[in-house]
Design a protein around this ligand. Structure first.
Ligand code: SF4
Length: 365
């Protein structure tokens, strides 16, 4: 990186002063409980704060601590996460809770190096837990922090690049070692500084549309603002195009019951329940009849349902769907299939990828 990024004590003092006056009230904030910081950081990955607020409270009512998370059954855990997407997050959360119970007496360590060895905890989450929950002077650079620092120092490098993130992490470390050395031994300051960078990005130096520079504590020193570059910075390289997968859902019904399929224990949406599907686009009734017959079932009536799409991080499902009414299925079911009525279905974790069809049948009433 050609640009110098040097955070001063004055920068940090102005920013943390602003944070104390303007921070949002969030259910995981200032609770003094590391579990809250960890859980919220995992939930907030790829998910909006407003949605997480409600879900965090519900999750904590059911699983209030590391011990209850570690011992929760898989089906109950996935049901609690339903609608949040990215289910590997909650699986890793539980894996991590189990390691904590076995190796750390059920207590999260404060040391970032030890945190990073735990399942599902990378450098950002380790930095966030260590600094916010334990007041350790370490960086936690998320998307908000990348944007704020890129603008403050007019860094034109790609904020998707690891080098840019590493340079910002190093700038925060250098701040604690040099100009901010008096703050490094102040846990309250470290917790406040990490959160103030994130909060500025969430509330003022916003990602979409113009930043609210007139309300910003850094407006007098921010290079992007002073140079009128806020629409060019941060620079983010375009994402690779997602792969498109054609799927046909076969929503098989036996009277009032639905056939539900448990996905394999590894891979996309692992272990979750779905309407059975094949990775092909079947548009002719004869093709659908053949696919259902291949499962050993006898279709009585078939009916086309609305198409839908679901976007994952790296791929996109384009779904064609059919409802198939069959004769009684009680004696035919393989192990990973089950028959459930509407009421029973509500207790299973059906991913939001199938939202169009759960809505269609009012299954979530
Ligand atoms: S002055 Fe504007 S561009 Fe600079 S950090 Fe503040 S909100 Fe962001």
């Amino acid at each position: 990186m050609n640009t110098t990024v040097k955070i001063t004590a004055a920068d940090a003092g102005t920013l943390t002063g602003w944070f104390k006056e303007n921070q949002r009230i969030l259910p995981w904030r200032n609770t003094g409980n590391p579990y809250d910081v960890w859980l919220s950081e995992i939930m907030l990955q790829q998910t909006r704060v407003e949605f997480v607020k409600e879900r965090f409270i519900l999750f904590k009512q059911q699983l209030p601590d590391i011990a209850s998370l570690a011992s929760c059954s898989e089906d109950r855990l996935l049901k609690l996460w339903e609608g949040m997407g990215y289910y590997s997050r909650v699986r890793n959360l539980q894996k991590c809770a189990r390691v904590l119970m076995e190796q750390y007496d059920g207590i999260l360590p404060g040391d970032p190096a030890r945190l990073m060895k735990l399942p599902g905890i990378g450098p950002y989450t380790a930095g966030a837990i260590a600094s916010i929950a334990f007041g350790i002077p370490v960086p936690a650079v998320d998307g908000n922090v990348l944007r704020v620092l890129a603008r403050r120092f007019a860094v034109t490098d790609d904020i998707r690049s690891t080098d840019t993130r590493t340079a910002f992490e190093q700038a925060i470390r250098s701040f604690y070692e040099q100009d901010g050395t008096q703050y490094a031994s102040d846990p309250a300051f470290c917790a406040c500084f990490t959160q103030s960078l994130m909060e500025l990005g969430a509330l003022v130096c916003v990602p979409n549309g113009e930043p609210h520079c007139e309300q910003c504590p850094w407006k007098a020193s921010c290079k992007a603002h002073l140079n009128h570059q806020t629409d060019e910075i941060p620079y983010r390289s375009p994402l690779k195009q997602r792969k498109t997968v054609e799927r046909t859902l076969l929503i098989i019904r036996d009277g009032d019951r639905f056939l539900l399929h448990k996905r394999p224990s590894k891979g996309l949406l692992a272990g979750l329940y779905e309407f059975y599907g094949v990775e092909q686009k079947l548009v002719k009734p004869s093709e659908v009849t053949a696919a259902v017959t291949a499962l050993g079932m006898v279709p009585i009536r078939i009916h086309r349902l609305p198409d839908s799409r679901h976007i994952f991080t790296h791929l996109e499902w384009h779904m064609t769907a059919w409802e198939i009414k069959t004769a009684s299925l009680d004696t035919l079911l393989p192990d990973d299939f089950m028959l459930v009525n509407k009421k029973e279905l509500a207790s299973f974790a059906v991913p939001s990828a199938f939202h169009t069809y759960t809505e269609y049948y009012s299954l979530k009433d």
